[in-house]
Design a protein around this ligand. Sequence first.
Ligand SMILES: [Zn+2]
Length: 424
Amino acid sequence: MAALSASAVPVVQQAVRVVEQSVPVQAVAQVNKAVVRAVVPPEAVTREVEVGAGQVFSDVLSGAGVDEVEAQSAMNAVAKVFPLIELKAGQDMTLSFERTPREETFKQAVFQPVPTREVAVWRQSDGTFTAEAKDIPVVRERIAVRGEIRSSVFEAGERAGVPHTVMAALTRIYAHSIDFQRDIRAGDSFEVLYDQPKTVQGKVVGAGSIIYASMRIGKEVRPVYRVTFADGTIDYFDGDGHSARRALLRTPVAVARITSRFGMRTHPLLGYSRMHKGVDFGAPIGTPIYAAGAGVVTYVGFKGGFGRYVRLRHPNGIETIYGHMSRFNKNIHVGSRLKQGDVIAYVGNSGRSTGPHLHFEVHVNGRAVNPLTVKRPVGRVLKGQQLAEFKRGKAHIRQEYAQLLDSSSAAEASGPIQVSSRAD
Ligand SMILES: [Zn+2]
């Protein structure tokens, strides 16, 4: 019996994929054909097919056994609601038929050109075809995840079931403070709270948006929070209300005047013209010098004409160099991870120097650039009313994250942090 019904399935061409579901209303075996016609209602059959290379809509139908004239008629109906040129090879389609022992009648075709849109064409009682395209409702699901890193943050995200687009967004948020190629070690971890659009059937559609994230690198924890401003702009802020996007400080000393700019100049001591690869900031001996951005120390010590010298590596191929200092911060050494604004050393007059100043260089991909003009995003800092709103929102989000993570039950959604119009 099984072998018989299998061979009875019409041989179809490349349009047919795998599944055929048959819903017999009543057993038909061993019944006289004439009786069957009178008694047994038609059997509903659905067939999953896939659009083959070079096929148009009617080819898919006729490939599945639909009469050519009907296939053409159905295609004409679809063309009114869906641009047929957008029907791509590989598109899944569900075809419905009514089958009687004598014949099979094509009833309906349904497909989703994108996960949020459904196109259907069906036979009317008069035999003509009607088509409709409609949006599939999308819901946003809030998801809390914590993952430990073994090799890379992307691998960790995949293991934790976080979509790649969300992990990519996470690395972009931290792009100015974490070098994901070099700073991350096995055992570091991430947290993320994000909203994921899905269809009501649970299919992921589009990119999720991050509400909160945190990176734990060694012992250091760096959270970021999404903030929506009254004007609709969005930015991510660290726990202190500083934009996660701030890049390099333009001036790595608190009080200073520029005494020599970037470019060709006659060297004051050597007497001949040469390139000045940095900017000199005149300041009293002992003035603290800050790390211009988050990064890792790659050199601390004496270095020729620079005297006491520090070199930092930042993400995105950026390095900063500091020279002529009087002393170093005793706590920094090669490999130290610094936050922007950490004190690295103090202004001095060591090396080939004409007076107390900081010599400061910025390198991008190994080339010295003008620290005063190099393009970098401007970071916002939340203050006053905004900062107060931010702190309240932050506490709420942490709580929601913890609740969601603890129990898979839905916590009360607080939404991303919203702050009033700018305070600055
Ligand atoms: Zn200099």
